[in-house]
Design a protein around this ligand. Structure first.
Ligand code: TLP
Length: 351
């Protein structure tokens, strides 16, 4: 059965153009720096982010980990949001592998970290404390509903970080969605940060990979760390080739996913039993919840939806996340809304 898969934009499959580019990619040993396709992708990525250099890595998780390990030493502290992907969903890698302490401050509903919270979290120079080394932001912010951060906000955090001698890293897994939502080039969102990682394998549809960007000096440190992490991938130009097609063809169309997410949210909000308590989507993610009177929990509804050929994620007992992407058509959106409506109207739910 062909599912309408709204669980994540990570489920996207490569396009025919990507598969063709992969089959004909020129490759070399990237650990020797000799893969021409990877080198080209890294240069393109650095230019798009307005940074000196880029490094192709296996995943968004590896990009954040290599960045934070390259910036911080053991016992250093990273300030990040309590809903940050790096804090919640990266298996504690920065502490497990880097001995790096995390200092969580509350993410505001708009995905930001309040400047006064960042200021208060910065440690004074006292041997009792870990040394504050880095602040990490996320744009778009996944668990805050796919909301975007503006250039003005990112600059304000950058100014604060610089005044206090702290590094600023951006988890820009979906920075192109954040840019599309604001009608800006992505480099406007990356300008104030020292390092940024973005994913090729989410809304951009490539099968594998992320690119970490920053100064030449930073990238040469991250390169050694990527090697330590086992991420030196040899003839991975076959993967980078899909990434190049992704940057060339997928970035300009992300607004279509955002429009479909909005239509999905509007359709779902008309269904009794569904509440859009995080508001309408700003990018390609729709979060919604079951209202109190609904007798089922989200996982039961997810199973019932699967019988309609619709896959969505249950992110808590009563909350769902639905993510639009290249492989989701207008008719899929309508079918997903219909499936929710018929289940919430009282269609029998099997456990
Ligand atoms: N996010 C995935 C899951 O891990 C939750 C998803 O389905 O959204 N930063 C952000 C903001 C992310 O959303 C993700 C993946 C990552 C980093 C990690 O990327 P990968 O999965 O490539 O390691």
């Amino acid at each position: 059965m062909d599912f309408i898969d709204l669980r994540s934009d990570t489920v996207t499959q490569p396009t025919p153009a990507m598969r063709e580019a992969m089959a004909s990619a020129a490759v070399g040993d990237d650990v020797f720096g000799e893969d021409p396709t990877i080198n080209r992708l890294q240069e393109m990525a650095a230019a798009l982010m307005g940074k000196e250099a880029g490094l192709f890595v296996a995943s968004g998780t590896m990009g954040n980990l290599a960045a934070i390990l390259a910036h911080c030493g053991r016992g250093d502290e990273v300030i990040l949001g309590d809903k940050a992907h790096t804090f919640l969903f990266e298996a504690g890698g920065i502490s497990a592998l880097g001995g790096i302490h995390s200092h969580q401050v509350p993410n505001q509903a708009d995905g930001s970290l309040a400047l006064e919270d960042i200021r208060a979290a910065i440690r004074s120079d006292d041997p009792h404390y870990p040394a504050t080394r880095l602040v990490a932001l996320e744009n778009t912010h996944n668990r805050c509903g796919g909301v975007y951060q503006t250039p003005a906000y990112t600059h304000a955090v950058g100014d604060l970080a610089r005044q206090r001698g702290i590094i600023l890293h951006l988890d820009g897994a979906r920075i192109f969605n954040a840019a599309a939502a604001q009608g800006l080039p992505a480099k406007d969102l990356a300008e104030p940060v020292d390092s940024v990682t973005f994913c090729l394998s989410k809304g951009l549809c490539a099968p594998v990979g992320s690119v970490l960007c920053g100064s030449k000096d930073f990238i040469s440190r991250a390169l050694r760390i990527r090697k330590q992490l086992g991420g030196g991938m040899r003839q991975a130009g076959v993967l980078a080739a899909a990434g190049i097609v992704a940057l060339e063809t997928m970035v300009p169309r992300l607004g279509e996913d955002h429009a479909r997410a909005r239509r999905l949210a509007e359709g779902l909000s008309d269904i009794p039993g569904i509440v859009m308590d995080m508001g309408l989507p700003q990018s390609n993610m729709v979060f919604c919840a079951l209202s109190e009177e609904v007798p089922w929990d989200a996982s039961q509804v997810v199973s019932a939806l699967a019988r309609h050929g619709v896959r969505v994620g249950a992110v808590s007992e009563r909350r769902f996340r639905l993510v639009t992407h290249y492989w989701i058509k207008d008719s899929d959106i309508e079918a997903a809304i219909q499936a929710f409506a018929s289940i919430l109207k009282g269609e029998p739910i099997a456990n």
